[in-house]
Design a protein around this ligand. Structure first.
Ligand code: KG4
Ligand code: ZN
Length: 334
């Protein structure tokens, strides 16, 4: 089964083609990152316009790299949310037009299901598993007892962890996106600045606004005293606290569910310190981490999630698919 994935939920225009829920035949990602960098974050209006400009060429390039024609595609899987609505609609309409013109079935896929299934590209998911989803918009612990069954154990009550990385990078003048910049700076520093303790210790839920505010307050205090901040040390201190919270909650989730596999997913899964800590903390269970190339937004992961969605519920959603700016993973069937 050949599945074409389409992803335009934020600032990446991407189309990918996979075979039998595993082999990637192509994964074309047109990133707008540089365009948004000068604004310090994604500008929704610019994002949708760039998707419109690029989408047709990205479809063509994905088919070309896979050495296939439109007729070879068996299923189209498109991100239906959550994300920027103007951006989502560009991908959804392009995918619908493709499916309609070539008479192919089409399914809408939850963006986070895609991030989770990035783990299936080079690994093999085994159940029951717990997946820590960490991206720019999400921080969640998901229990999966089988393919395409998602149970949310906990989530952030305020900011997402990636959002905190981006915000802290911004106040330190490191630019956008902040995650990779903090990751790189932290490697040169040591975590000597005091940080708040892990919040909500007896819950699976997360909170990052306190940590973010603490860093901002520390910077303001140093400034008022006429002192300069050591950027690598501040990055290491913030990152250590941010990752510690992820590890503490993940351990709790693994212990309380008795899951035998642990996975991470989403843009922040590219963080080197998180990967190190995960390897240490979960040495006694199976661990899957997505390949670096599939951590941030891409259509490869959407095509794999689409394959499993269709395998579990083989129905063509046709032209009824809509975009959802907010969409809980429990509503993935919508
Ligand atoms: O999954 P993603 O591409 O988009 C969303 O669905 O949100 O995640 C983007 C987020 C950004 O906040 C970015 O700063 C963060 O992932 N990120 C990282 C790293 N690489 C990307 N955060 C920490 N360390 C990294 N190496
Ligand atoms: Zn994402």
């Amino acid at each position: 089964m050949i599945v074409m994935g389409v992803e335009t939920s934020c600032d990446e225009t991407s189309v990918a083609i996979s075979k039998n829920g595993k082999t990637m035949l192509s994964n074309v990602v047109l990133s707008q990152m540089e365009l948004h960098a000068s604004f310090g974050g994604v500008v929704p209006e610019i994002a949708s316009r760039e998707h419109v400009k690029g989408i047709t060429a990205v479809f063509e390039e994905a088919l070309k790299q896979a050495k296939l024609t439109a007729q070879d595609i068996d299923l189209v899987a498109v991100t239906k949310g959550p994300g920027l609505i103007g951006s989502l609609l560009v991908g959804i309409n392009a995918a619908k037009a493709f499916a309609y013109a070539h008479d192919k079935p089409i399914v809408g896929v939850h963006h986070i299901a895609g991030h989770i299934y990035a783990n299936q590209i080079e690994g093999e998911m085994r159940f029951p598993l717990v997946c820590l989803v960490v991206s720019g918009g999400h921080t969640e612990l998901i229990l999966m007892r089988d393919h395409y069954r998602f149970e949310k154990l906990g989530e952030t009550l305020d900011d997402a962890v990636g959002e905190a990385f981006d915000k802290v990078a911004r106040v330190l003048g490191l630019g956008y996106p902040g995650g990779p910049k903090i990751d790189a700076q932290a490697m040169k520093g040591s975590p000597r600045y005091p940080m708040p303790d892990v919040p909500l210790k007896d819950r699976f839920d997360f909170s990052y606004s306190g940590l973010k505010s603490h860093v901002i307050n520390t910077l303001n205090t140093l400034k008022m005293k006429g002192q300069t901040v050591d950027v690598p040390d501040m990055c290491a201190s913030f990152q250590e606290a941010a990752v510690e919270q992820l590890i503490v909650k993940s351990k709790m989730a693994m212990e309380s569910t008795g899951a035998t596999m642990f996975m991470i997913a989403g843009g922040v899964a590219a963080n080197k310190r998180l990967r190190e800590r995960v390897a240490d903390a979960f040495a006694d269970v199976d661990v899957l981490v997505p390949p670096f190339a599939y951590c941030t937004d891409n259509a490869a992961m959407m095509s794999i999630a689409g394959y499993y969605r269709y395998r579990e519920q083989p129905s063509d959603q046709g032209l009824s698919i809509n975009g959802f700016p907010r969409l809980d993973l429990s509503q993935h069937e919508k």
